[in-house]
Ligand binder design. Structure first.
Ligand SMILES: [Zn+2]
Ligand SMILES: [Zn+2]
Length: 423
């Protein structure tokens, strides 16, 4: 049997790759306009980085990592997400010595061993942003505004940012106490996972998708009820900045991120799909993460979005129905000598940035014209032996069918002008 690609991976082929390129280009433009710089970290890291930076208790680390021993018996893992690597690079390269904050973004593949039938990929792609070294609510608002701005440029509609504050270690201790007190008499009614969470991580119980757990925790105290004055002021300021920037948001006290190093702002961007809302971006503040991987105490905030999810939303909303822009020109050379002269002319045009290509199969005039039409070319430059002898070529407008004879020594000038007019 022929070798096939691994389960849960994709070949991105011409025809759809243009959508990826468009999305990635828009991402890079937004990041540049917001003053964010790109970082590229390795696709694999020491396994310990993710155990500490993503968290031993998370599903990602417990069940989904591609972990292997290399030939030196070191445990390595294909990166399942981007934040831990960026924080590691921040510490290792002493980026904290630069003017703060450090505003970074990344785009690239991530790897998780998931069941492919759930519609998820084992190699998928994320765009993410991390801002390190700034604790002001202005940063939270800027990061959320960046996501919002990207979706606006892409033309997505029906968006809503869901926001919460999970507080800081100080006020979360109060919340934990109150939550455990509330749940103590109801513990037996919770699902097995939540029973386990009760001691270790009760906050995550608020996030359980089990409808029974949701009913049981209906009136439970939320982190918003117990925010300390500092966290409360921070949250109010984020909300007022977002309102001023025209971002549609809703406070959702059930939106939690379970790990200790997550602090204050947590958010998701929801998009309307047929009959339901689903998240296409998630992020939040993580003021304890850099210390967790033994860097200097550094506030941080970021988000990640799956590019597959964004592309799916764009497709559902019909943003890819436009036809691809046409290719500019095809050079049609007939015969050996014309081919040589044509190749030289094509090279000179390409050196000037003019998009043009020629037949590579030695086909007939008719077949080459057909190919030019299929490529959607606007012009054909036709050069046969007879034209070559007279020092001319034919410039045919493939839309109107009009054709003019042009001296070969005027070729670059005339074709450049046609191209400029079209741009
Ligand atoms: Zn607090
Ligand atoms: Zn539960």
């Amino acid at each position: 049997m022929a070798i096939q690609r691994p389960k849960g991976t994709q070949d991105l082929l011409p025809g759809t790759i243009e959508q990826w390129q468009y999305l990635e280009e828009t991402i890079r433009n937004v990041c540049r306009d917001f003053g964010y710089e790109e970082i590229r970290t390795p696709m694999f890291e020491a396994t310990e980085l993710f155990q500490r930076g993503v968290g031993q208790t998370t599903d990602i680390v417990k069940k989904e990592m591609y972990t292997f021993l290399d030939k030196g018996d070191r445990s390595m893992t294909l990166r399942p997400e981007g934040t831990a690597s960026v924080c590691r690079a921040y510490v290792e390269n002493k980026l904290y010595g630069q003017p703060l904050p450090v505003k970074l973004y990344y785009v690239g593949p991530m790897f998780r061993y998931e069941r492919p039938q759930s519609g998820r990929f084992r190699q998928f792609h994320q765009f993410g942003v991390e801002v390190l070294g700034a604790d002001q609510p202005l940063v939270d608002a800027e990061v959320i505004n960046l996501v919002w701005n990207l979706y606006q440029r892409l033309g997505l509609v029906g968006l809503e940012v869901h926001l919460n504050s999970v507080g800081c270690p100080k006020c979360r201790a109060t919340h934990r106490e109150q939550l455990q007190k509330f749940l103590a008499t109801r513990k037996a009614e919770l699902c097995n996972d939540c029973q386990e969470r009760f001691e270790r991580n009760p906050l995550r119980i608020l996030d359980c998708k089990n409808p029974h757990c949701q009913a049981v925790t209906g009136g439970a105290p939320t982190t918003l009820d117990t925010l300390c004055p500092d966290c409360s002021t921070h949250f109010e300021k984020v909300l007022s900045l977002l309102a001023g920037a025209g971002v549609a948001y809703r406070v959702n006290p059930r939106l939690v991120r379970g790990l200790d190093y997550y602090t204050k702002t947590a958010f998701e961007v929801m998009v309307e799909e047929i009959g339901a809302q689903s998240a296409i971006c998630g992020g939040g503040r993580y003021d304890g993460l850099v210390e967790e991987i033994e860097g200097p105490a550094t506030p941080g905030i970021g988000f990640a979005m799956g590019l597959e999810r964004v592309l799916a939303a764009l497709q559902v909303q019909g943003k890819f129905n436009k036809k691809q822009p046409k290719q500019f020109a095809m050079l049609i050379a007939l015969g050996d000598k014309a081919q040589n002269r044509g190749f030289s002319l094509m090279s000179a045009l390409r050196a000037r940035g003019i998009p043009i290509s020629m037949d590579l199969l030695g086909r007939s005039l008719k077949a080459q014209l057909k190919a030019a039409n299929r490529e959607g070319a606007e012009f054909a430059l036709i050069l046969g032996e007879e034209e070559l002898e007279r020092g001319v070529f034919l410039l045919r407008d493939l839309t109107s069918g009009d054709q003019v004879e042009i001296p070969l020594d005027k070729a670059i000038e005339v074709v450049s002008m046609k191209h400029q007019r079209g741009v």
